[in-house]
Design a protein around this ligand. Structure first.
Ligand code: PLP
Length: 238
C-alpha cells in the first residue's frame, strides 16, 4: 500500500503551499498590509480528490470550485474534513439550489435574481451564505460581473436578504503581463469597495488575485487570493 504522504504530489503540493504562504506574508510586509490580513483560497477545479487531500494535510482549509457537478462529485469523499467550500465559477440560475445547500461562500453573484434564489434556497439549519458581488473592472465585453455603476444597487439589494451575508467584492480582470497594469485593474475594485464601506455597506472581503497576479492584488488591498495552478500544478481533466 502506498501512503499518500509518500506520493510525489503530496510533497510538491506541501512545498508549493509553503512557498505561496511565504510570498503572501512577504507581500503583506512589502505593501504595508497587516500580517495575516490576506487569506488563501485554493482553487481546486479540475484537481483530484488526492491533490485536495494533500493540500488539506498541509493545512489548507478553504477550497474553491468552479463547476457544480464536479464539486458535488468530489465532496462526499472529503466530507470527513473541515473544508470550507467556496463556489467561484459563474452561477447559473438552475444551479442555485445545490450551490446554496453545499457551499459556505459564493464569489460570483452578479444579478438580483441569482441573489434572491440563493437566499430563498439557503437551508434554514445552515449559517447565512457568504457572498461576494462579482464586478467587471475591465473595459472588455466580459460575460460575467456587474458594471461598476451597478454595484451599489445590487449591494443594497443583497443587504435586504436575510439568508445571505454580503462579505465583499470579487473580480477576474483581463490578464496583463505588466505589474502596474495589473495594479490598475485591482485598484478599481478597491476604490469601489472603499466607497461602499464609506456608505455604510460594511464589507470585509476583497476577493482578487490569482497565480499570475496576486502580488498586484495584495498591493491593492486584496483580502483573499484565489490560487490554483501555483499550488496544484497544471489542471488535469477530471
Ligand atoms: C481557476 C480560477 C482561479 C485560479 O486560477 P490560477 O491561475 O490557476 O491560480 C481563481 N479564480 C477563479 C474564479 C478561477 O476560475
Amino acid at each position: 500500500m502506498i501512503f499518500l504522504k509518500d506520493s510525489p504530489d503530496m510533497e510538491i503540493i506541501e512545498n508549493n503551499l509553503a512557498a505561496i504562504r511565504k510570498l503572501i506574508s512577504d507581500y503583506e510586509a512589502k505593501y504595508g498590509r497587516h500580517p495575516g490580513s490576506v487569506h488563501l483560497l485554493a482553487a481546486s477545479k479540475s484537481q483530484s480528490i488526492e491533490k485536495i487531500t494533500a493540500a488539506y494535510h498541509a493545512g489548507q482549509r478553504r477550497f474553491g470550485e468552479n463547476y457544480l457537478q464536479e464539486a458535488l462529485s468530489k465532496m462526499p469523499a472529503l466530507a470527513d474534513k473541515q473544508i470550507e467550500w467556496h463556489f467561484i465559477g459563474p452561477v447559473q440560475s438552475n444551479k442555485t439550489r445545490k450551490i446554496a445547500e453545499n457551499f459556505s461562500w459564493v464569489h460570483g453573484v452578479d444579478n438580483m435574481k441569482i441573489a434572491r434564489r440563493l437566499n430563498d434556497q439557503r437551508p434554514d439549519q445552515l449559517p447565512r451564505l457568504n457572498i461576494c458581488i462579482e464586478v467587471n473592472v475591465s473595459d472588455e465585453a466580459s460575460k460575467s460581473g456587474v458594471r461598476t455603476d451597478e454595484v451599489l444597487p445590487l449591494a443594497a439589494y443583497c443587504m435586504t436578504l436575510p439568508r445571505l451575508q454580503l462579505r465583499g467584492l470579487m473580480t477576474i480582470p483581463h490578464e496583463h503581463e505588466n505589474f502596474s497594469d495589473q495594479r490598475k485593474e485591482f485598484h478599481k475594485l478597491y476604490t469601489l469597495w472603499h466607497a461602499l464601506n464609506g456608505k455604510g455597506i460594511l464589507l470585509d472581503t476583497l476577493s482578487m488575485g490569482m497565480s499570475g497576479d496576486f502580488e498586484a492584488a495584495i498591493a491593492e488591498g486584496s483580502t483573499m487570493v484565489r490560487i490554483g495552478t501555483a499550488i496544484f500544478g497544471k489542471r488535469g481533466s477530471i
